[in-house]
Design a protein around this ligand. Sequence first.
Ligand code: KIV
Ligand code: ZN
Length: 512
Amino acid sequence: MRKIKIFDTTLRDGEQSAGVNLNQSEKLEIARQLERLNVDIIEAGFPAASKGDFASVEQIAQTVKNCSVTGLARSVMADIDAAWEALKGGAEPRLHVFIATSPIHRQYKLKQTAEQVKETAVAAVKYAAKKFPIIQWSAEDASRTELPYLAEIIEAVIQAGAHVINIPDTVGYSTPQEYGNIFRYLKENVPSIHKVELSSHCHDDLGLAIANALSAVENGATQVEGTINGIGERAGNAALEELAVALYIRKDHFNAETRLNLKEISRTSSLVSKLTGMVVPANKAVVGKNAFAHESGIHQDGVLKEKSTYEIISPDLVGFQSNSLVLGKHSGRHAFKNRLNELGLAVPDEDIDHLFKVFKDLADRKKEMTDDDLAAIVLEEKLTKEERFYDLISIQIQYGTNQVPTATVTLSGRDNEIIQEAGTGAGSIEALYNTLEKCMKEKINLLDYRIQSVGAGRDALAQVYVKMRYAGKETSGRGLAQDVLEASAKAYLNAVNRVIYVGEKSEVVTSN
Ligand code: KIV
Ligand code: ZN
């Protein structure tokens, strides 16, 4: 069997999804879970993009031990230096450096000739090779690049010291046959190609990302890149869980295997969905809620007689469990801590007492406590730890079918001062949000509001996601509570607090 490396870019390309902004502890939480999933490489961010990105990449590189951690850099010395500073303390510092190679990008974006692009690429790789033991080089928009030129620049960067060559279908334009042909062509026309790993990186604009990545594997790729749940720029990236399961289920066809621990897929998908606020569609392959549900009578009958009639993936393979009742109000501290460990939720010892209290309070009010509830309360507590500028003290809302909804809000402000306001709106949420806005110094535009229940049942927790513009910056936030209005207020404050936190701790250095 051929070994296929899995390169995860959830924290870099995935984080570029519109409306997603993860903080440092959320990124670390995802990186830890990716380590449990056993991906080969984690792309932790773009260190030169901002101080926040730099700090996250550095922390992840120093924490994760069983995967190689990499960071992105443009072909400029300052980016490569920033990546080195962030990654040098890691177990296997690896650089991911890129430059656009297609005629469209050369002419309009870079304003460089093909020869100049080649020189820039070679100079960047040579510079990086003085620092990094492993260098991945990407030809942005490779799939729209002239093949002879692509082969020429790849040979040059291999000579300059690149170890992995990545062929992005940056705008998701290729078809499976075309994309596979690029790999075949490069294998036949780049003299030093046998010295390097060949990698695919597919975007899903035409819904072909998985098909393209698998075609790359069939034509010689030894690494596939993608993100959990397929999140990423525009229509997203190839979904890693789909790639890994396709390779596993159809090993007879691909004759290739990954080192992924497939049983961690479900948990990883759900963590990424919770932290990014990007809901997994129910019919999504491998991780959708309905991916293993058999609805029609004929199918149910078939599955009862013999599972393989309609089921090619066992839910168990990807760690999919029905949401079992795990703990209740009589559960002790020890059982609580054990379950968090089993769920892979890293909680420092000093936080356990507080979290156990939150759990007990909730268990008193809620009949059933599931794994989803536990994960939600742990993530909620972590969420607010770093970013508590405005804090919710209380809300009171009045709503009646023939009355004007009114809200009264009490907050503690940035300097611990008490802020109290009252306001009205056309509905309860609007009254609440109008009143919260009165408490803030800046104008707020709400761009999106979504509410989800955590698990089932009338007493399920409410998880609210908001996207807004605050102080001229787009931000998102989430809030969890048993009551939808309280969850809404928390999500609102979380979004505002993130802007203040980023402003104070991590001013933007460059962006691309
Ligand atoms: O899609 C793309 O081209 C990229 C590169 C930076 C690798 O994400
Ligand atoms: Zn990409």
